[in-house]
Structures are given as structure tokens and as C-alpha cells.
Ligand binder design. Structure first.
Ligand code: KE4
Length: 426
């Protein structure tokens, strides 16, 4: 596979951009290869600057649920652009998108549009603290909620102590209000809530974890979180930046039937443009300035072009509920192909799949939390990544990311991938 143009661009980018990329995972560090610079994308495929065309299972880490450059979305954005790119003033599109979000997820009685998932989660936590008057938050090991200081943490030494920074540049004082629990481990949550009774403002959770690879909630885990937060007057925040409009039009909260107090959204809600959102119960969201005392603002919040892309995307998903069943069927076929690969090759592979989200962990499994996920053989994953790339299939360049199926992946493309996964070549 020719990659000289990507190599040249990468070399030059390294001089101007840290790591040559604008987000670390894109650097292909975990798979030991030169990152591919993408030239264009359409439907289920991306094409790099050397003309290599790939079947894309990254989909920009989630936004690409309709496939790349969906004609209706592109047309709507093109039309919106000629009316002006940004006004810094309210528009009817923001109200239209807010109504669509509420209609899809009724727990979101009021919503603020922002520009990234990081901003959405950071703001939701601030609102939860403002609403409860408490400082502590609980997050889960292996869950990722963007790069705001208080969330770039790892568990402290003792189980019940506050977290420590997981990044240089984050002062320890910024993480002393963050506690870390274990995903799918109710006792770890109970221990923290009992150790800090009435002091925890919020529990923030990925209702399906997708940043340690895909790890679904075990039966009753989300309902347990709902119960214990209610008992302690703690705000339950579902970080649905990935699962929102992905697991179904109503997201994980509809899929699992558990209602959070606040929800964060991103990726799909912006249709591929820089937009995210946070929202929930009106009594909580009315804490937000200018109505309430919790400040949050943004120059490009609710940007008219981004809201257009989001509205066009959600309109298509709303009009086609059958898409979710189709994507789930394809996700199951891919999961089965990985299991067949494991049987045929005697390779330790554990697959978690929920709807159009899946991850193959190169470990015997079961993978149900951070510890079991990180027992994976990342070298085996890197070899699998290289095999797929050489065969024209682009999967996440990291064991700890998800594989995304889109509406645009055809049955023929899924079958081709399954044959490749099962080692039957093309
Ligand atoms: P952004 O700030 O990257 O828009 O969103 C942060 C975020 C928040 N919550 C969840 C559950 C997320 O998955 C993310 C971001 N996801 C990663 C992929 N796992 C983005 C990819 C990247 O960092 O380049």
C-alpha cells in the first residue's frame, strides 16, 4: 500500500502540530504506523491522500452514523452557509434542534448547545454542583468524558481516596473533588457514597462504556446508579456523547429504560459538525446563566451551520427507525465473525457488541470492566489492525476504541469484512 504522501504530510505536520495531529488517537501510536491523511470520504468509505480507499468502521469516532457526506445533510449545510456562518445571536434552528432533542429524550426538558463533548460534560458537572451545592463527583475507571481538568484523573492509591491527575498540567487540587469507582461494580459506588454521604454532587457514567473498548452495563447496573443517586440526592449524568442517537433514536436511556437527571450529547447530534449539548430536568437546567447562578457560555454555541447539520441528520434518523435494527443485525454479524476467527485460529478474542457499536478484545474475556479490558494483547490488536488496513478496511487504531457500523455499510461490505475477519480473505 502506497503511503508516501501521508508520510510526507505527517513529517511536515510534526513541525507545526504536536504529534502531527489535532487529537492524539489519530497519531496511530498504538498501532505503530504512520497515520493516514484523509483526502475525502463518501458513504461507507474514506480515501487517503495516496488514493487508498478504505471501508471505514471509525466514522469519525461516532458522528458518521449515516455514512460520510450524506447528500441531504451536505445540501442542507451548503444552503445554510450562504445565509451566514455564525451570528452570535439566537436562531429558530436552535429551538428546532432543542425540541427534537427533547422529543427524542424526554428527560432533556431543557438543553444547552455547545461545541464539543468535553464542553458538554464539563458544563453538566458544573450545573450539578451548582444545583446540589456539593463539590464531589464520581466517575468510572475507563470511562472518558473529554479532557476537562477534573476528569483527567486516575484512581488514587487507596480505593476510597480522591483521584490523582492523569495528565501533566492538571494541578492535584483540581482532582481532589473527583472520586473513581469501578464500572459494573455497584459495591465500589456504594463504598464511595457511604464514605462521603450527602457530599457527592453527581455520578457521571457512559451508559455503554466505549472508551475502554465497548463494555456494556451489566443487568441492573444502570438501575442501581439511578436508585443510589436518588437516595443520596445526587445528580445522575449519562454521558451519551457516543450512545446518544446511536443505540436508538432515544439513546441509551431509552434502550435500557433508565432516566438520568442530566444527559450529555455530541458526535451524531452535530451531524459531523462541531456541536454537542447538555441538558436534563428543567429544575436543574434553570441553574444556568442567565436564569440561574451557574455560568456557561460559548461564541459558537448553537452555530447555525452546525445546527443545520444536526437537524438534517436527526430528521433522517427519526424518519427511519428501521435503520437501527439493520445496523444492529450487521453489528451482530461482525461480532460473530470475530468469534469464528477466534475458534478457527485459536486466538483469544472476546467481543462486546451493542447495536452498531462493538469491540473485539484480544483477550480471553469476559471483558466487563477496565481491568479485564486492559488485559488485552495490544500487540495482537496492532497486527489485526495492520491486516485489516492492508485489505482495505479501516478500524480504530487502538484496542480501546469502538468499531462503528453506519447506515451506509451494505450487506455485501459487511460480508466481505466478515470473510476477512474469519481469515477467509476477500
Ligand atoms: P469531544 O470533546 O472529543 O467532542 O468529546 C469528548 C467525549 C465525551 N464523552 C464521551 C463518551 C466520548 O467518547 C468523548 C470523545 N470520544 C473520543 C473517542 N473515544 C473522541 C476521539 C478523540 O479524542 O479524538
Amino acid at each position: 500500500m502506497k503511503t508516501k504522501n501521508s508520510e510526507r504530510l505527517f513529517e511536515e505536520s510534526l513541525k507545526r502540530i504536536p504529534g502531527g495531529v489535532n487529537s492524539p488517537v489519530r497519531a496511530f501510536g498504538a498501532v505503530g504506523r504512520t497515520p493516514l491523511f484523509i483526502d475525502h470520504a463518501k458513504g461507507s468509505h474514506i480515501t487517503d491522500v495516496d488514493g487508498n480507499r478504505f471501508l471505514d468502521y471509525v466514522g469519525s469516532w461516532g458522528p458518521g452514523i449515516l455514512g460520510h457526506a450524506h447528500p441531504a445533510v451536505v445540501e442542507a449545510v451548503q444552503r445554510a452557509c450562504v445565509d451566514g456562518l455564525t451570528y452570535g445571536a439566537p436562531t429558530k434552528k436552535e429551538l428546532q434542534l432543542a425540541e427534537m432533542i427533547h422529543e427524542a429524550m424526554p428527560t432533556i426538558e431543557k438543553v444547552r448547545l455547545v461545541s464539543s463533548g468535553t464542553e458538554a460534560v464539563m458544563s453538566a458537572i458544573r450545573v450539578a454542583r451548582g444545583y446540589t451545592g456539593r463539590d464531589l463527583i464520581i466517575k468510572f475507571k475507563g470511562n472518558y468524558h473529554g479532557h476537562s481538568d477534573g476528569l483527567l484523573v486516575k484512581a488514587g492509591s487507596a480505593a476510597l481516596t480522591t483521584a490523582v491527575p492523569d495528565s501533566k498540567g492538571v494541578p492535584a487540587s483540581y482532582t481532589q473533588n473527583t472520586l473513581v469507582a469501578l464500572y459494573n461494580n455497584p459495591d465500589s459506588v456504594k463504598g464511595l457514597m457511604e464514605a462521603y454521604p450527602g457530599q457527592v454532587a453527581a455520578i457521571v457514567v457512559e451508559p455503554v462504556a466505549a472508551n475502554m473498548g465497548v463494555v456494556p452495563p451489566e443487568e441492573g447496573f444502570l438501575a442501581f446508579l439511578r436508585e443510589i443517586t436518588r437516595a443520596y440526592g445526587t445528580v445522575l449524568i449519562f454521558d451519551e456523547v457516543i450512545t446518544g442517537f446511536r443505540l436508538g433514536y432515544g439513546g441509551a436511556q431509552q434502550y435500557y429504560g433508565v432516566e438520568p437527571d442530566l444527559t450529555t450529547l455530541g458526535k451524531i447530534v452535530g451531524g459531523g459538525m462541531p456541536m454537542a449539548a447538555y441538558g436534563g430536568r428543567a429544575k436543574i437546567m434553570d441553574q444556568v446563566s442567565p436564569v440561574g447562578p451557574v455560568y456557561q457560555a460559548g461564541t459558537l454555541s448553537g452555530n447555525p451551520v452546525a445546527t443545520t447539520a444536526g437537524i438534517a441528520t436527526l430528521e433522517i434518523l427519526r424518519a427511519h427507525p428501521e435503520y437501527y435494527g439493520e445496523m444492529e443485525r450487521k453489528g451482530k454479524q461482525l461480532a460473530e465473525a470475530f468469534r469464528e476467527r477466534s475458534r478457527k485460529r485459536g486466538e483469544a478474542i472476546w467481543v462486546n457488541q451493542v447495536g452498531s457499536l462493538l469491540s473485539a478484545f484480544f483477550t480471553a474475556g469476559p471483558v466487563r470492566d477496565y481491568g479485564s479490558a486492559t488485559s488485552s494483547d495490544t500487540g495482537a490488536y496492532a497486527r489485526y489492525f495492520g491486516q485489516m488496513l492492508e485489505n482495505g478496511v479501516y478500524v480504530a487504531p487502538s484496542q480501546f476504541e469502538a468499531m462503528f457500523v453506519s447506515v451506509a455499510h451494505t450487506d455485501e461490505e459487511i460480508q466481505k469484512t466478515c470473510r476477512l475477519l474469519a481469515g477467509d480473505g476477500d
